[in-house]
Write a new protein. Structure first.
Length: 279
């Protein structure tokens, strides 16, 4: 059974294609069987990381944070895409960034114009499947030619408004026949596209910085004469003396002091006797 799909059709005007009308397309399946390979889309919970992240932790004190929706594979060149992102609005709030309908009030996510996609339709907030969780939907196309470019297609801002986790779900065409997530052929035909979701965890905990290790001060070496080990062939007394260290004992200091005093007395006495003899 084919799923009906509301599609955008474009009509050439001079050098550009512009949206003309919303067309009801009852044959909203893919291009001819066997003519395509599966493309792929994914939600990246942390666009700042070069890899696609399926989860990220955000803080409720942040005014906003950004996720991206990416075309991750395009073996079959595409001429446009549409996406519908469902989220839990008790945890997250959508923060519009771009004013595409020129009414001075931002209403849309940001299109990166990946692969030359410039026919941007303002994203809208709605709840098509009536499951109480809203979805943001949007679509874009490229004039004249297809592309096989991969990378970030949209940048979408949210804000954590409560603690908890919210899935970011790319709705399928079965869930949202009019705006479900898929890549599109240049003639607006649907291309087979696999979808990968993500999760945002809203927290109020600021990460605790890891304490730096404290360096242990090295005790400065005390000056002196290094002790030498006892000689293998030394006599018992010499070995004992070497084992006791290189410093003099108090007795040796006393003997030295006494010798110096005696020498001083002898010197003074000789000087005195010489002076008397000279007279």
């Amino acid at each position: 059974m084919r799923t009906p799909l509301i599609r955008w059709a474009w009509l050439p005007v001079t050098a550009l294609l512009v949206p003309l009308a919303i067309v009801f397309r009852p044959d909203g399946d893919s291009a001819p069987a066997g003519a395509e390979q599966e493309n792929a889309m994914a939600i990246d919970a942390d666009p700042g990381d070069p890899e696609i992240d399926d989860s990220a932790v955000r803080l409720v004190v942040e005014p906003w944070f950004e996720i991206s929706t990416d075309i991750t594979a395009a073996p079959t060149p595409y001429g446009g895409y549409q996406m519908a992102i469902e989220f839990d609005d008790s945890i997250l709030s959508f923060v519009p960034t771009v004013d595409l309908d020129t009414d001075t009030v931002p209403e849309s996510w940001t299109y990166t114009e990946l692969g030359g996609m410039t026919l941007n339709v303002p994203s809208t907030l709605q709840d098509v499947d009536s499951d109480t969780n809203p979805e943001i939907t949007g679509s874009t196309g490229r004039p004249y030619a297809t592309t096989a470019d991969t990378g970030q297609a949209n940048l979408v801002r949210f804000q954590c408004i409560a603690l908890g986790s919210s899935a970011l779900h790319l709705q399928t065409l079965a869930q949202d026949p009019g705006s479900g997530s898929t890549t599109l052929a240049l003639d607006i035909g649907i291309l087979s596209t696999s979808l990968v979701d993500a999760t945002i965890n809203c927290s109020d905990a600021t990460p605790t910085p890891t304490p730096m290790p404290t360096a242990t001060p090295t005790q400065a070496a005390v000056g002196g004469i290094a002790e030498l080990p006892p000689l293998a062939e030394a006599s018992g007394e010499e070995a004992s003396t070497a084992a006791r260290g290189s410093g003099w004992s108090s007795g040796r200091y006393t003997a030295l002091f006494g010798g110096l005093v005696a020498a001083a007395i002898v010197t003074v006495g000789a000087w005195y006797a010489r002076r008397r003899w000279v007279r």
